[in-house]
Design a protein around this ligand. Structure first.
Ligand code: PLP
Length: 379
């Protein structure tokens, strides 16, 4: 084949390829067609993922980035940093990129792990903070909660005030696995009071789903100039990019500088992930769609739980925490047998089940299974 014919052939192939990607992308924009679950294709409502999948634009951006991935993406990383600064209303020097927010949680705790430090958390919250503390031999103080697993800010304040050394407060708002928010006024007042030697790591992985007006993002406190707080965000939830591993921290530059020593390399992230994040961060239509599909799915789940009189907490997220009033394990196994994966046990709430929201069609299927389970006396 002559060079010219070869390049023509390759160009035609590339054009056909990008057309294909375009078509696949267009198909991806429509809600995935529902199929009854099987062993190989279960309904996965266990990890608080976004069932819509990435946006069509993000999939296209990933395909395009793959073609250029032999190059380091320095400039694109900085473009993403600027886009994230715009998203939170800050400046690029306020942003630290990380591989998922998991890396930011670790970096935040390790950066403030001074001698004698304690990590203060509610008794029931996302486990990463505690895991990082244990790996670093940091003492963990778990604070008792109010009825229905409400976070007791008073108890957390007391734990900080009673400790002779420095404290790191890891505060997940909305909380996981409870799906609830705290009244931001109380939290803001505590952070603004600047308790001595205390750093607040505020994990807002689910903030974009919140409808409750009592919630306000702690990003506002960073904008006020407070340097005792860092806000962690992720592309894994509303943006449907859990597998792409993009998260970030928003804080004053001095805080970002401390944390940067504890991430792999925030000037060099995965090229495809950067492009996907850039494609979605300003895509209001996709964000709105994620939100509205989530709200539809949540209504289906809330309605069946109400119908069956299964107590559940008011969800502000993409999951619901329901009180089975019986051990979770047998219920979860019965669901597994139906090829539905629900959340793992979250001690000490071992009789509660965290149900992540799938698509509305998946939740309708799940709701019917719950009704069947009730008829069999399994729930
Ligand atoms: C509260 C909270 N923070 C952080 C994470 C970690 O998410 P990622 O590392 O994918 O950003 C999760 C994951 O479920 C979470 O629930």
């Amino acid at each position: 084949m002559s060079i010219n014919r070869r390049s023509l052939f390759m160009a035609a192939g590339a054009a056909a390829g990008s057309l294909m990607v375009g078509r696949q992308a267009a198909a991806a924009e429509a809600a995935p067609a529902f199929k009854a679950p099987t062993k190989d294709n279960p309904i996965i409502i266990s990890f608080n993922e976004n069932p819509l999948g990435m946006s069509a634009k993000a999939r296209q951006a990933v395909a395009d980035a793959a073609a250029k991935a032999s190059r380091y993406p320095f400039a694109r990383v900085e473009k993403l940093r600027r886009a994230l600064a715009d998203y939170v209303d800050g400046k690029p020097e306020n942003i630290l990129l990380s591989h998922g927010s998991a890396e930011s949680i670790r970096a935040g705790i390790e950066a403030y792990a001074a001698p004698g430090v304690q990590l203060v958390i509610p008794e029931l919250t996302y486990g990463d903070g505690e895991d990082v503390a244990k790996r670093n031999n940091i003492r963990v103080t778990k604070c008792p909660m109010l009825p229905d697993w409400q976070i007791d800010i008073g108890a957390m304040k007391k734990a900080v005030a009673d400790w002779y050394g420095p404290s790191i407060v890891y505060f997940v708002n909305p909380n996981n696995p409870t799906s609830t928010v705290v009244d931001s006024k109380e939290l803001f007042a505590w952070i603004r009071s600047k308790p001595q030697n205390t750093m607040f790591i505020i994990d807002e992985a689910y903030a974009e789903f919140v409808e409750d007006p009592k919630f306000e993002s702690c990003a506002k406190l960073v904008a006020e100039g407070l340097d005792n707080v860092v806000v962690l965000k992720t592309f894994s939830k509303i943006f449907a990019m859990a597998g792409m591993r993009v998260g970030y921290a928003y804080a004053q530059p001095a805080v970002i500088k401390m944390m940067r020593d504890h991430v792999a390399y925030d000037i060099m992230m995965n090229a495809c992930s950067i492009e996907a994040a850039l494609a979605e961060v300003t895509d209001q239509a996709f964000i709105e769609k994620s939100r509205s599909e989530n709200a539809k799915a949540r209504k289906i789940l809330n309605d069946v739980l109400d119908e069956l009189k299964i107590h559940h907490l008011p969800s502000q997220t993409n999951f619901v925490f329901a009180d089975l009033k019986a051990p979770l394990k047998p219920f979860a196994q019965h669901m597994r047998d139906e090829h539905i994966w629900v959340g793992r046990p979250f001690p000490p709430a071992v009789q509660w089940c965290r149900i992540s929201l799938g698509t509305p069609a998946e939740m309708t299927y799940f709701a019917n299974k719950l009704r069947e389970f009730r008829a069999k006396g399994w729930v």
